[in-house]
Write a protein that binds this ligand. Structure first.
Ligand code: PHE
Length: 348
């Protein structure tokens, strides 16, 4: 028995060494390792039979087995190094590595043009004392319409304009104006404190998507409430913003307009910054660009926000940064904004 096990050990070693010589690639070497040194390999199997030896012979047998194992391990490493070296030489000689090829291009992320414009807005408005107030994108009908003084059958409440959810009266906000009500409740301390905020965020309208209109877009709402705010404060504030955004010499024009939640209401145009008012394709040859809707907060809205309109007054405005971004960069199709096309995004 002793003889058999000991001689098996030697023949396993001899066989392993001999077969290693026939191995010329790394896959075969891996198979060789499993066959000779693996947990199911011949050597391990044999070691399991150590118990059959007389106790006095076990140490010598174990010692020899370990020596063989170490020897085979060593040979394996040498072979492996040799084969790697050969593989590398082969690749170099056969041009698998062409060091003259240009490097692989990695796409780098960037800041979305819309976010860039938003940050520009934040900077300007914060310098002018407006803090950012975030309001929810999913709104109820009451905040989005009713409390903003929309008459019951106003066309903007029509299914055509709003995305409805399967919860009754819960919609995606169609503008940032419902945030006015929420900001008044959150910040005015029951209608006793003035507020000055901007409310940036995504809005959603159920509309035909085209180069000029998307179903989602960003708005930046502005709201100021104080004890003696007047229409001239609104005009002065908007003009100051326009100067900081487009330069000191920019001209601003106000047109009477209508919104249910402001009275009086006006639309704001700035002189086209591309043609300086001369008329070009961007401003459709009018020389002016429409940048905001605005007005004095309607007394009904003030009351819904918790203020007494006999004491408090306010002004509000809403701007669309995407339009400005498009004009600034000459982007002709708004659908690029949310298409996540890296070829578009990496240009900014
Ligand atoms: N909410 C209006 C819109 O979406 C814009 C607006 C905001 C007008 C605030 C007046 C005051 O068109």
């Amino acid at each position: 028995m002793k003889q058999t096990l000991a001689s098996s050990l030697e023949s396993i070693r001899d066989e392993a060494i001999r077969s290693l010589e026939d191995i010329h690639n790394l896959e075969d070497l891996h198979d060789w390792e499993i066959a000779h040194l693996g947990r199911r390999g011949a050597l391990t199997q044999l070691l399991r039979q150590t118990g059959q030896l007389a106790p006095s012979q076990r140490p010598a047998f174990g010692k020899r087995a370990n020596a063989i194992k170490a020897e085979l391990q060593q040979l394996l490493e040498e072979r492996s190094a040799l084969l790697h070296e050969r593989a590398l030489m082969h690749d170099l000689e056969h041009g698998a590595i062409d060091v003259t090829l240009p490097g692989r291009h990695f796409h780098r992320g960037g800041i979305h043009p819309s976010t860039q414009t938003l940050r520009n807005f934040y900077e300007i408005w914060s310098e002018m004392g407006f803090q950012v107030f975030r309001s929810r994108e999913v709104e109820d009908d009451a905040h989005n319409f009713e409390m903003l003084n929309f008459p019951p059958h106003h066309p903007a409440r029509d299914m055509q304009d709003s995305f409805y959810t399967d919860r009754e009266n819960i919609i995606l906000r169609t503008h940032t104006s419902p945030g006015q009500i929420r900001a008044m409740h959150a910040l005015s301390d029951n209608g006793t404190q003035p507020i000055r905020v901007i409310l940036p965020g995504m809005c959603f309208r159920y509309e035909q998507i085209s180069a000029r209109s998307e179903v989602q877009f960003t708005q930046v709402e502005g709201l100021a409430v104080g004890r003696a705010l007047r229409f001239s404060d609104l005009k002065g504030t908007i003009h100051e913003f326009a100067k900081r955004m487009f330069g000191d010499s920019v001209r601003v024009r106000y047109r009477a307009s209508y919104f249910p939640f402001t009275e009086p209401s006006m639309e704001v145009d700035v002189e086209c910054f591309l043609c300086k008012g001369q008329g070009c394709s961007v401003c459709k040859h009018s020389g002016w660009l429409e940048v905001a809707g605005s007005g004095m907060v309607h007394p009904v809205v003030l009351r819904n926000g918790g203020y007494d309109p006999a004491i408090w007054s306010g002004f509000a405005f809403g701007m669309g940064p995407e339009r400005l971004t498009m004009l600034k960069h000459g982007i002709h199709d708004i659908r690029y904004f949310w298409s996540n096309d890296i070829r578009f995004l990496e240009q900014f």
